[in-house]
Design a protein around this ligand. Structure first.
Ligand code: SF4
Length: 215
C-alpha cells in the first residue's frame, strides 16, 4: 500500500469510528478521536483514550498531556546520512489511543470497551505498519504486554510477534502521569531520549524527505 492509499484507509477508519456504536461510550462523547499523523510513520504512540479537549476537538493529545508529549517528541533525535540530526514532531509519527470515544469523567476504560474498540486500533497498526510502538500508560501497554508492570519495564524495548510480524514495543508512562508527578516526568524524558537510538538501530532506518526537510 502506498502513502496515498494508507491515508485513504486511515480516513475511512476515522469515518467509521464516528459512526461506531460497538460500545456505549459514543453516547456521551462529543465525537470520535480516531488518531492522526503520518501514514508511513515508523513510530506509533498509543495512549489510553480521549480526554476533555480531545473530545471537543477530535485531535489526540491536544490538552495539557499533549503539550508534554509534543515537548518530549522534540527531544527525539537520530543521525541521518552525513551525521545530521533528525528532529521529530507529531507530523512524523502517528498518535492514537486504545479507546476512540471519551470515557465519562475520564474514568478508566472497561475491559469490554477496550475489547469492543480493539479492531480499530488493530486496523490502524496493520495499515501504518510501524517499526516501533510506544505505549503511553498501562492500558496501552497491556494490549501488547498483558503481564508486564509499567514501573518495572518502562523505557525497555520489548520485541513481540504481532499480526504475524516482529514489532518493537517501547513501554512508557502516560504523559498525564508526568503532569502529576515530577519523578515520572523525569522517567519519561529519559525514556524518550532512548528512542533516537532505537530508531537508528531499526532495520528500516532511512530518513524520509519530510524528516530531512526539518533538519
Ligand atoms: S469507544 Fe470504540 S468501540 Fe466504543 S463506540 Fe467508540 S469507537 Fe466504537
Amino acid at each position: 500500500m502506498n502513502s496515498v492509499q494508507k491515508k485513504q484507509e486511515l480516513q475511512k477508519i476515522a469515518q467509521e469510528v464516528e459512526k461506531c456504536q460497538q460500545c456505549s461510550l459514543y453516547k456521551r462523547a462529543t465525537r470520535g478521536v480516531s488518531g492522526e499523523g503520518n501514514p508511513d510513520a515508523r513510530m506509533m504512540f498509543i495512549g489510553e483514550g480521549p480526554g476533555y479537549w480531545e473530545d471537543q476537538k477530535g485531535i489526540p493529545f491536544c490538552g495539557a498531556a499533549g503539550k508534554i508529549l509534543d515537548e518530549l517528541l522534540s527531544t527525539i533525535g537520530g543521525s541521518a546520512s552525513g551525521g545530521q540530526l533528525i528532529k521529530f514532531d507529531r507530523r512524523e509519527v502517528f498518535i492514537g489511543n486504545v479507546i476512540k470515544h471519551r470515557p465519562p469523567d475520564n474514568r478508566d476504560p472497561l475491559p469490554q470497551e477496550i475489547e469492543a474498540c480493539r479492531s480499530w486500533l488493530d486496523k490502524q497498526i496493520e495499515i501504518i505498519n510501524p517499526e516501533i510502538i510506544v505505549t503511553l500508560g498501562r492500558f496501552s501497554m497491556a494490549k501488547f504486554l498483558p503481564e508486564a508492570k509499567i514501573s518495572r519495564i518502562h523505557g525497555q524495548p520489548q520485541t513481540i510477534d504481532f499480526q504475524g510480524k516482529k514489532l518493537v514495543i517501547m513501554p512508557m508512562y502516560h504523559p498525564a502521569a508526568g503532569l502529576r508527578r515530577g519523578e515520572i516526568l523525569e522517567d519519561l524524558r529519559k525514556d524518550f531520549l532512548k528512542l533516537g537510538k532505537l530508531l537508528e538501530s531499526s532495520s528500516k532506518l532511512e530518513p524520509s524527505r519530510e524528516q530531512l526537510s526539518l533538519i
